[in-house]
Design a protein around this ligand. Sequence first.
Ligand code: F6P
Length: 378
Amino acid sequence: MKKVAILANGGDVSGFNAVIRGIVKTAENHGVECYGIIEGYTGLLENNYIRLDSYSNASGILYKGGSIIGSSTNANVFNYKSRRKGQEDEYVDLSDVCIENAKKDGFDCIFTLGGDGTQKSARDFYKKGLNVIGVPKTIDNDVACTDITFGYNTAVSVATEALDRLHSTGETHHRIMVLEVMGRYAGWIALESAIAGGGDVALIPEIPFDLNKVAKKIKERIEKGKRFSLVVVAEGAAPKGGKLLVKNVRDNGKGVDNTKLGGIGEKVAAELQELTGLEARNTTLGYMQRGGTPTAYDRVLSTKYGAKAMELALEGKFGVLTVLKNGKLDSVPLEDVVGENKEIGAVSGNTKESNLRRVTMDDDLVKTARNIGISLGD
Ligand code: F6P
């Protein structure tokens, strides 16, 4: 093991840099050179990378948001959009170019920092002969086989702080304050921040909601003297029998999972105002949840993941994802992470074959929410 490379892929999270630092420091302690591939799989395709050094460019990055090596949100190199002037876009498999680049550059292992889609591509590269080790990232906390992804804790903290602030203004003006948080197919951020921030309602993608039930809860609160309520809505939550609110679809929906969600908070606020007679206001938290400094928890988790990933590389254990299982660092085959989505180059995301980790009804968070009277809209 002489040369390793790191790539960060997908939507950014707080903690990317902490993982990078963890890998670089562990690599250096074992005499291994570390490189950073610029902008995820795009950099692998374009053979664009830099040397990382914990005494220069990889120094002082632990607390910084973003990624010092960038990240790409639309680079599925197994199904890559190629633009040809005056002609229809074409989707081509360029994975062999990436493999040639990695081999030519002499990378003994590539660390893939990313969510479900990124790890799906990592698994495909492993099957095609590349040594890869995944590290589970995403604010949505929906990567299979691990208790938690890095970036999630920071997102929950940001959402909790937002709820604290909405609490005081909502109470002052006797309003329903709706907070739309991220979470495409999993409601972890909404549920956990609702518990942490004293929310009265949490609407999550896993439980189709009925706003009449939510209005009933808010009216009960009014009767008991609470003339305000806090409602947290995941962007992927939908009413019973209704559909997800999709803002737009990138790349004609081909390639990676490209639906851009948004708007459910506004809709819920307007309907609750009608149903309860209380004024309602929506705040969409958006990218605040992903930017900026990571929490102490995320710094530690990211460092643990980074160091563990490099340890696995030194052991020659490839084609795996570093995970946290019952509080202990471990690894699982990427094959298990992709679930039934086995085919090389298959689209990832919320397909019936994919293996996203969603909130289950027997989860302690669901039980706790119900026990303390948070309405889940069902
Ligand atoms: O998957 C992480 C995530 O932050 C989702 O919560 C959100 O729906 C999505 O990424 C937004 O992605 P983009 O950066 O493409 O707008």
